[in-house]
Design a protein around this ligand. Sequence first.
Ligand code: 3HC
Length: 313
Amino acid sequence: MEPTEADRLTAFEARLARGEKIEPGDWMPEAYRRQLIRMISQHAHSEVIGMLPEGAWITRAPNLRQKLVLLAKVQDEAGHGQYLYHAAETLGTTREAMIAALLSGQAKYASVFNYPSLSWADIGMIGWLVDGAAILNQTMLARCSYGPYSRAMVRICMEEGFHKKQGQEMIIRYARGTPRQRTLAQDALNRWWWPALMMFGPHDSASTNSADLLRWKIKTRTNDELRQEFVNELAPDLQALGLAVPDPALQFDATAGNWISGELDWDEFWRVVKGGGPCNAERLAARQKAHDDGQWVREALAAYTARSAAEAA
Ligand code: 3HC
């Protein structure tokens, strides 16, 4: 007798409980598949759009070494986007559908990339804060129940380690540098601290997807847990450099061993998530232009594929 849908769901959740990885050919609930396509494709969009704030500074790097480091980092992000688009394609979506969803504004990408990078110190602060936040989130996702996403994260996390360290090294140098360098580092911190905290998403109580994501072990930790770990790690390190975290309410709770931060500006969070940030239009326009400029490559590939198929027939 054919197993019922309920039997299949019970068997699926038993596999998750045993810590098994779900692979592309395995049975999975349609809602699990849809959640993964949503999350992985938006993660991929974030990697690709995340190249834009840093790409603007490649031609303005202060020296050849810094230029090479930034080039390597931006190239890594492009590769991360490819891993993740491929991981999403294993779930039955197509690259065309994902890119169309992004360019139409239907799909999201990390709101942090809708802020401008205004000085070279921003490149260091993005590396330390934004990639540092991404590492916490992605280390958690490396334990994701979906095999291709989990394995993509293992490779990406190794490269993110370099991204964070190069940014941290730059900020340490600036914080110990000239008064102007210290001013640039503090200004960058003032502008990137809160957008980096927003990368962890809404409060757990306000998260619309977290219940499913946690139930199906797509995520294994909550947004607020990861955000707290981030603040605990960064606050003392930044203060040790003489930099002021731009949060007047920040205080250390010795009992819990946590740095308690003030409340995020959730109006700003949702405004930027919904397209009203300083650079949303600019980022999507740049992505649309890149897509349009690549049309000839897609047409050439399609023509080659068609001719190869005709010759093979
Ligand atoms: N930026 C943009 N959109 C966000 C967001 C953010 N920081 N936080 C939440 N949202 C969106 C969600 O996508 C969702 O919209 P949707 O239903 O249309 O997709 C809506 O707001 C409600 O959000 P949720 O309550 O469902 O948010 P979650 O609890 O799922 O948390 C998340 C959001 C933390 C981004 C989570 O989806 C996640 O962990 N995603 C995978 C990791 C990821 O995408 N990281 C992007 C970082 S960029 C990066 O790593 C590049 C590196 O090189 C720096």
